[in-house]
Write a protein that binds this ligand. Sequence first.
Ligand code: GDP
Ligand code: MG
Length: 180
Amino acid sequence: MTHNFNRLYKICIVGDGAVGKTTILHQYVDDKFVEDTKVTIGTNLFIKRITLPNKNVQITLQIWDLGGQERFFAVRPNFYAGAHGIIYTFDLTRRFSLMNLSKWKEEIERVIKQKPSILVGNKLDLVDGDMNRPILKDEGLETKEELCASCYIETSAKENIGIDKVFLRIAQEIFDSEVR
Ligand code: GDP
Ligand code: MG
């Protein structure tokens, strides 16, 4: 016997400005890379329907992106309310964007309790094969532990590397946390 489930998951993608959040979402949802994403005013909302592998589970992902409002402290608490999962994002070429993620986590957890989350290191195309990478993979893995995130994925929104995996994984984590 099969059961069909329909779920709506609200996911927030957070991280410093210019780490590539909006570009990741455009790549995932529209299958394209958008150069110079405009700094939009207000929250971007991206919708994508997926099916978890080997389970008859249909999930609608509703992914919220700050749309250039990363700097505006006052608007952010509303943004987190009701989130089922969090995607923490940093830029593999900018160490500060990695260090700041603990502040993002603190802020989120003042509004909602800890949620399933994953860590994404973006712009892999800029550092791949570089022996002197600014941020080593092990540092990403350490930060993942510090954030209590369930996995660390390196992506390139430009070259469409790892992007689908990010969303499949966060959906899976949320699903598993619900049925546990
Ligand atoms: P956001 O502020 O976090 O939403 O960042 P954006 O999505 O606006 O991206 C900031 C800049 O980084 C833009 O110029 C993007 O074209 C560029 N960018 C985003 N992702 C990648 C990537 O994977 N590789 C490279 N090389 N550039 C990227
Ligand atoms: Mg943006």
